[in-house]
Design a protein around this ligand. Sequence first.
Ligand SMILES: [Zn+2]
Length: 312
Amino acid sequence: MMQRSPRERSLSIPWRQSALCATILAAATTWAADAAPDYTQLRIICFGAHPDDCEIQVGGVAAKWAAKGHKVKLVSVTNGDIGHWRDAGGPLARRRTAEMLAADRILGVTTEVLDNHDGELLPTLENRRTLTRLIREWKADIVMGPRPNDYHPDHRYTGVLVQDAAYMVTVPFFCPDVPCLQRNPVFMYYPDQFQKPNPFQPDVVVAIDEVMNKKLDALDALESQFYEGGANGSAALLPSEPDKQQARKREVRDYFANRQKGLTKRFRTQLADWYPKAGEAEKVQFVEAFELCEYGRRPDQAELKRLFPFFD
Ligand SMILES: [Zn+2]
């Protein structure tokens, strides 16, 4: 890539610069030693492959940011149109978009569902352009997405697409119709269980106890996925008796509460780094955790605390 970064231009480096040098200079712009940003109102954009992924992974912290007046947008990169055992196609895509809007209204965040078919996402140039434009238009300080090693091809390629956008968002003549970002955002990954080629390692762990009910309410609004079981569900999950329906809803709620407690147990050591006061970390029941991507801006601990303004 020979395009000059804003930093390179400001340093009056000759146009015929080597690609290696340009890369080094561009990389240098991503470190926190650059001008300290004004994070008075943070702007966060989170990508998930399906209209429930973001809510599961970052619903709690999204609600916490929103409650403090920061701007959060959750994007589903596919429309979810094969994500049910009984329904499919346009009607399911419309239903899942409505569910995600309802969930995100509870969290207090903005929603976008891209009209790509579920199960068919590819890391194409067109999709790279789409994500680049969305990140730029949102003027993101933080961008989140899945890691690219994942069992589901849509998750995997959403991860690749976010990585592919991580430098391009700063390059003026890539998608010149939307102004490039002058400062590279911080890119972060959601947790997963996959060990190869490398396991997820949390760089920030946030307690979400005070918004956990809100998160469970949001997940409850995604009825087709959890109450009805999504792609691998069945009619057996849909009792007609009201008491059994209530029991099924409780079962879904308990499942997600336990899932979140599992993350707390898994990241207990790192949690203590973020809540160092005596007895503080031990009291936390529910957490969300994120890992810094090696691309994009690389914040130090002090900047991470400004990006996640939830710690004393
Ligand atoms: Zn998914």
